[in-house]
Design a protein around this ligand. Structure first.
Ligand code: MN
Length: 249
């Protein structure tokens, strides 16, 4: 099923349930996670499971910066694994909630839902935050995000230096993220270890770089900084600005 088809199907289902009841099910339709809508994350109301969203471009669209083989394995195997792990963890947590599961396992499933759920959200944002070079990717942000970066970092160049340094210096597997801290109304650069550790509660990720070895090792081997430099050519700043306008409104 394509992204648009799923979106249409969800829209049709939303209409049907709105006719059937005005209860809590329709209320949940307005919910979002990290500024992403249910359809962005492949949520299926019928099965109560997430489905792996397709890439928003072809596997080779980000060549030569990220090669097609890496994109294929990263999306079809790694991202798919997070979606599978998230669904499994949520099912087990529902079983515990409903009294049929093993409540002594709640620590295990809490870690699983945190790791795989964050993995699913992080990768969904990662794909959307990239675009082919010279076709949406690269350059620098304009609009509200551009102005906020200038205010909080001084210049875009100073932001880039910090962002690249944060991503390059992650110990082991993790991410560098530009995030919005809504209470203080400020941008911050944060590192994330694995999929979720170190991200402060309430900070909203805007755009990030995956620095797990699976994101670059086939093409760049141990040269993580070269990979990060290449990703700067394909960051989708137009999308990031639209996203920032939405989450900071
Ligand atoms: Mn990854």
């Amino acid at each position: 099923m394509t992204h648009m088809n799923r979106r249409s199907a969800l829209g049709a289902m939303a209409g049907a349930s709105a006719l059937a009841s005005v209860g809590s099910l329709t209320h949940a339709r307005t919910a979002s996670i990290a500024g992403l809508q249910p359809e962005d994350l492949g949520w299926n109301d019928a099965t109560l499971e997430y489905e792996l969203p397709p890439l928003p471009y072809e596997y080779d669209a980000l060549e030569p910066h990220i090669d097609a083989q890496t994109m294929t394995i990263h999306h079809d195997k790694h991202h798919a694994g997070y979606v599978r792990g998230l669904n499994k963890a949520l099912q087990n947590l529902r079983d515990i909630r409903n009294g049929t599961g093993d409540a002594a396992m709640i620590s295990h499933w809490t870690k699983q839902v945190s790791f795989h759920g964050s993995g699913h959200i992080n990768h969904t944002l990662f794909w959307l935050g990239l675009a082919p070079a010279n076709n949406g990717g690269g350059g620098m942000p304009e609009g509200k995000l551009g102005r906020q970066i200038d205010r909080d970092f001084g210049t875009f160049e100073q932001f880039v230096a910090q962002f690249k340094s944060a991503a390059a210096s992650v110990e082991g597997s993790g991410w560098g993220w530009l995030v919005w801290e809504p209470l203080a109304q400020q941008l911050l650069i944060l590192q994330v270890e694995n999929q979720q550790k170190l991200m402060a509660t309430g900070c909203v990720p805007i755009i990030g770089i995956d620095v797990w070895e699976h994101a670059y090792y086939l093409k760049y081997q141990n040269a993580r900084s070269a990979y990060i430099g290449a990703v700067m050519n394909i960051l989708n700043w137009g999308w990031a600005n639209t996203r920032f306008e939405s989450i900071s409104a």
